[in-house]
Design a protein around this ligand. Structure first.
Ligand code: 0L1
Ligand code: MG
Length: 253
């Protein structure tokens, strides 16, 4: 087993993405702890920033009990979003830019104020001003989406793209029906699958951002986690509808 070099592993994952050529799990060749995995993620996002990309938000993963059980974990993971991943509502995207993309229906929050990670009294919900329906595109850089928890953290939690619908003033979005529809498939669920209620994810977010020193700044978006299993992203219109929040779409070609 090799000792991990975060920058070297970040380059491996970055090349997998740019060449659309997935790689085997890092866990097969490296002794990768969770701290190492976040160090690789930091280096991977750093490569994007060095190319001029700007951080636009954060995303949470493993926010459903089913996914936690499947991966054998008991806490959420965090990844970063950049402006290069942003897709306009209803916009077209080229499927050949991805390896094996999947879509997830998500609730997005918008941060209106800086979040002081070191203030123990921080009320994160009071730093959020808006909520919207969203679609996340995940595209694991690992072969066949086969990875361990540390692999997926290193791979920036499979983050590849996101679309956000119309922002509305923050409201309680608990127990809202969710429908994700691709040209071939449909998944239905409830926002209750997102840690019981999407607002609850904000506390989990603050906790993990404190431990991982992930900055939360005004204007950033938070993807709270998937409300159903992911579906393959295919050509045609994909739509996510969340009761009370509306619909957001994208078009694969
Ligand atoms: O958005 C997510 O749920 C990321 C964590 C899982 C990653 C994946 O299934 O590829
Ligand atoms: Mg997601």
């Amino acid at each position: 087993m090799n000792t991990p070099d975060p920058l070297q592993l970040a380059h491996r994952l970055d090349t997998a993405r740019s060449d659309r050529s997935p790689v085997p799990s890092l866990a097969g060749t490296h002794t990768l702890g969770i701290d190492d995995a976040y160090a690789v993620q930091e280096a991977l996002v750093g490569l994007r920033q060095a190319r001029g990309e700007r951080l636009t938000g954060v995303k949470l993963g493993f926010t459903s009990k089913a996914k936690m059980a499947q991966m054998g974990v008991s806490e959420v993971i965090v990844g970063r979003l950049t402006d290069a991943m942003r897709i306009g509502d209803g916009a077209e995207l080229d499927l050949s830019d991805f390896i094996h993309p999947r879509v997830e229906p998500e609730v997005a929050f918008r941060l209106s104020e800086h979040v002081d990670l070191d203030d123990p009294t921080t009320d994160i919900a009071s730093r959020v001003d808006a909520v919207a329906p969203a679609i996340e595109i995940i595209d694991s850089r690992y072969q066949d989406f086969r990875f361990t928890v540390t692999d997926v953290v290193a791979d920036n939690t499979s983050a590849a793209g996101y679309v956000v619908g119309t922002w509305r003033p923050l409201s309680d979005v608990a127990n809202k029906a969710v429908r994700l529809r691709t040209p071939q498939r449909e998944a239905v669920g409830s926002t209750a699958a997102i840690l019981g209620a999407p607002l609850a994810t904000l506390h989990a977010l603050l906790d993990i951002c404190r431990r991982r020193r992930v900055r939360l700044t005004p204007g950033q978006i938070v993807l709270a986690g998937a409300a159903t299993a992911a579906l393959p992203l295919t050509a045609g219109v994909t739509a996510c509808h969340i009761a009370g929040l509306g619909t957001v779409t994208l078009k694969g070609r």
